[in-house]
Design a protein around this ligand. Structure first.
Ligand SMILES: [Zn+2]
Length: 469
């Protein structure tokens, strides 16, 4: 067993912030139905399609790589000074040789795709992609069988019902809406039937032969799976007991990523030119996680308060009590998965498994080079609070490279490791801890603020004013 490292200011600061955060996220947009798909904290992003073509393509590539690895965290950048399409790929778990060669073959097939519609080339690419992500797609379809199997007859009933109503209704507008709904339901039924056939295929050859149809049936649903089209989105769920749109989103990630890339390879002549030169993948191997032990008692509390002045309004007992309460909730908070604590032991010692995130590994990879442009880091899973903080802090420190990130989920991972190579490391770390302290101050103030009792009076007054009208 390895001996835990005893001091990591970043882990201590994150642990303190975590103690005073309501959930385990900071400024997250989780569960935000207003802007897009309700994001599963572990899930991929499904909402923002108003990105540049370049970002969409990199997102599609990173999604496929992550699906091949079983939805592991993966991040990638395009090598900034390369004249060919060179991808630098960091994954949190090591990628096996087979996984890597599957992905490299996928890119080779994409490069071979002619600009004209050629069903043979496309089918070869699709079959390969579905084969390499087979466990992902098949696993999902199997896991959701109880919703999937009863769905087609329910959709058929809903279509019949709409047809009858459309024939009776004289209003043109209503008829048009119903036709649109019939179209959506027909597409959803076709996707679900294709998924069931794919799941029940007798062998690998039978499975492969179903892939082009399955892919086209799934991509045919994608446009109405965005919450932005709220009306469309509800149509399928209204037709099926228990709803199914969330599952269709989940199972369509591969198809959407493939579709984005096939479309890009066909229509974007710069991308075509790059693909023809050949795609190169540079794999960054993750460093193994290590244990960091954080002991909270008299002297170390002094050290922690010096690091985070916001703690002057809190106490050691309160902090430990808050952490213990959160850890009791076990997996309810994502952050808990990396923290262990023996309750009742004094001093209160928390052990955190610390590992580098993929975004940090990419920052390290480029640390000894000065890059003029701002690089986009594409991530398969939404970016966590601390990676976001790192990129944000680097913007304010002279001499650091600049990066842009995709979607953000705000999860605080107390096991976040500061990148092992980074320019102006001290300044960056100082800025980050300052920002954590600001955030912590807000959290402590919120926690100590007396809870305002619910006042019924306002409603009473409103009623009176209504009654006197
Ligand atoms: Zn992160």
């Amino acid at each position: 067993m390895s001996i835990p490292v005893t001091y990591s200011p970043m882990s201590e600061a994150l642990l303190a912030l975590y103690a005073y955060t309501g959930g385990d996220t900071v400024h997250s947009k989780d569960h935000d139905w207003g802007n897009g798909w309700m994001k599963d904290k572990l899930g991929f992003e499904w909402d923002n399609r108003r990105r540049s073509r370049n970002d969409i393509l990199l997102d599609a590539m990173v999604t496929i790589i992550s699906l091949r690895s079983g939805r592991q965290p993966v991040a990638l950048i395009r090598e900034p000074e390369s004249t060919q399409l060179e991808l630098v790929i960091a994954s949190e778990q090591p990628m096996t040789r087979t996984q890597r060669s599957d992905i490299e073959r996928y890119f080779a097939l994409l490069a071979k795709l002619p600009s004209t519609i050629d069903t043979h080339g496309e089918a070869e690419l699709l079959v390969h992609a579905y084969r390499m992500c087979r466990e992902e797609v098949k696993g999902l379809v199997k896991a959701r069988a109880e919703w999937l199997d009863p769905a087609p007859p329910q959709i058929s009933d809903a279509i019949e019902d709409l047809r009858a109503r459309a024939n009776e209704d004289d209003e043109y507008g209503n008829r048009r809406t119903m036709r649109r709904e019939i179209d959506i339901l027909t597409r959803a039924r076709s996707a679900i039937n294709s998924l069931i056939a794919y799941r029940d295929a007798a062998d690998a050859d039978a499975e492969d032969s179903l892939v082009p149809r399955l892919h086209h049936a799934l991509t045919g649903c994608i446009s109405f799976l965005y919450v932005e089209n709220k009306r469309d989105f509800r149509v399928i769920d209204n037709a099926i007991d228990g709803g199914i749109s969330a599952f269709l989103v989940e199972v369509s990630f591969l198809s959407r990523a493939l579709d984005d890339m096939i479309h890009g390879a066909r229509s974007d002549k710069f991308l075509r030119a790059l693909l023809t030169k050949g795609v190169r993948c540079d794999w960054i191997h993750p460093t193994p996680a290590k244990a960091v032990s954080i002991a909270l008692e008299g002297p170390s509390w002094g050290g922690l308060s010096a690091l985070l002045p916001a703690l002057k309004d809190a106490s050691l007992d309160e902090l430990v009590a808050r952490l213990e309460a959160k850890l009791k909730a076990e997996d309810y908070f994502l952050t808990n998965r990396n923290i262990t604590h023996q309750s009742g032991n004094l001093p209160a010692a928390f052990e955190v498994q610390v590992a580098a995130h993929c975004e940090g590994a990419l920052v390290s990879y480029l640390a000894d080079r000065h890059i003029e442009s701002t690089l986009y880091i594409a991530t398969a899973l939404p970016v966590c609070y601390t990676c976001h903080l790192l990129i944000d802090a680097m913007k304010g420190v002279q001499g650091c490279n600049n990066f842009r990130l995709g979607s953000y989920n705000g999860v605080i991972d107390c096991g976040w490791e500061f990148p092992n190579v980074i320019r102006q490391a001290d300044d960056v770390q100082k800025t980050m801890i300052q920002k954590i302290n600001d955030q912590l101050k807000e959290g402590i103030e919120r926690y100590h603020k007396p809870k305002e009792p619910f006042v019924e009076e306002d409603w009473g007054n409103m009623e009176t004013s209504w009654s006197t009208v």
